[in-house]
Design a protein around this ligand. Structure first.
Ligand SMILES: [Zn+2]
Length: 144
């Protein structure tokens, strides 16, 4: 197994690297049922305007925590991919704002030095952060 689930300092349980991942390597594919807004919950990954993936029971997706200083980003719509080299035992984290297309505001407690204090939609990210995430956001959010 490339990852293990255990208690996280961030929130509840988290996904932890069970091997090293080099930058640009796939960590896991967030997979499960495709659902719409009405069935989505906090574990769902947004992949379109009214499209979400609800993670399967054997998929680690439901334990994917947020950080304002993540080590993973999104390739395509649901490929959780290393944005930097990841050490053995490091928690796998994405910035939820790289997947959120609707108006959203939830307090953030990620404790990273650059914490934005609130998790908002991709649209609401400051320009310099959008630039930092270029190539690492959900495909459906790419502004043409
Ligand atoms: Zn934060």
């Amino acid at each position: 197994m490339n990852w293990i689930i255990k208690n996280s300092e961030k929130e509840g349980s988290g996904i932890f690297a069970n091997k090293k991942f080099k930058k640009n390597k796939l960590v896991f594919t967030f997979s499960g049922n495709i659902i719409n807004w009405s069935k989505a919950n906090y574990k769902s990954l947004q992949i379109g305007k009214n499209k979400f993936i609800n993670p399967d029971k054997n998929n680690p997706g439901e334990f994917l925590n947020h950080s304002c200083d993540p080590n993973c980003g999104i390739k395509n719509l649901n490929k959780i991919t290393a944005m930097k080299n990841i050490k053995l035992g490091e928690e796998i984290l994405i910035d939820y704002s790289t997947t959120i297309g609707h108006k959203h505001e939830v307090e953030c407690n990620c404790k990273s030095p650059n914490c934005r204090k609130f998790i908002k939609s991709y649209k609401e990210l400051p320009k310099e952060i959008k630039n930092k995430y270029k190539g690492w956001i959900s495909e459906y959010l790419i502004e043409k």
